[in-house]
Design a binder for this molecule. Sequence first.
Ligand code: FNR
Length: 215
Amino acid sequence: MKILAFAASLRKGSLNRKLIGVVTDILRELGGEVDLAEFHEFDMPLFDGDRQAAEGLPPGALALERRMRAAPAMVIATPEYNYSIAGPLKNAIDWVSRARPMPWRGRSIYLVSTSPGAIGGIRGLWQTRIPLEGCGALVFPDMFALPHGDRAFSDDGKLTDGAAADRLRQQVLGFYRLAEAVAPLCCGEARSDADQKKQQEIVRALEDESRIQPK
Ligand code: FNR
C-alpha cells in the first residue's frame, strides 16, 4: 500500500523530520510503499477565498492534493505550536479541503509529534485530529508523542528509548493493517464491483444525503 508521509515543519533541523524517518523505516519494513515528501514542496499562501474563486488552488496545494490522491494512507509528523495545531499545517488542510471530491475523505491518517518538551506535542495532536476528522479522514485512534525530542534520537536517526521504539512499532503496525483493510472501501482502488458500490454509498452518505461535504 502506498503511504504519503511528511513532517509539517519547514525547519532544516526539524525534530519531526527525524521522527517521520523512524516511522517510514517501519512502514517500509512492513512492505509499505512510502512517498516521503518535504513540506516545502507544498508551500502555499494563506488561505484566501477570493483567491480560490479567481484562481483555484495554488500550486503547492495542488501538489499536496495530487500526492494524496495517489496514496490511501498518510503519516504526518507535526510540531505543536502554542498548545495547538501548527498553523502551516492547518492552512494546508484548509486549502486542500476546497478540492472536490474531498481529498481528505476516507484517507487513513496516523499522527505523530515530537518536541523538546516533556509531553512531546500530544495537545497539538488532539487539535490536529479535529479538522482532519471534520473533512472525513480516518484518523488512527492512537497517536504517538515523543517527549524530549532534542535528545531522543541517536546519530543514525534511531529512537534511543527502547520502550518508546516498541510502542511506536506497535502503533505503526496497527495503523498499516487497518489502513490496508479499509482502503478498498474508503479511498483506494476498488478491487471489485461490490467495493465500488460501497464507495459510492459512502460518497452518497457524506455528500448527497447529509451534505457534510457538499460538492
Ligand atoms: C513551539 N514549541 C512548542 N513545544 C511544545 O511542546 N508545546 C508548544 O506549545 C510549543 N509551542 C511552540 C510555538 C511556536 C510558535 C514554536 C516555533 C515552537 C517548540 C517546538 O516543539 C519546537 O520548536 C520543535 O522543535 C518544533 O518542531 P520541529 O520544527 O523541530 O519539527
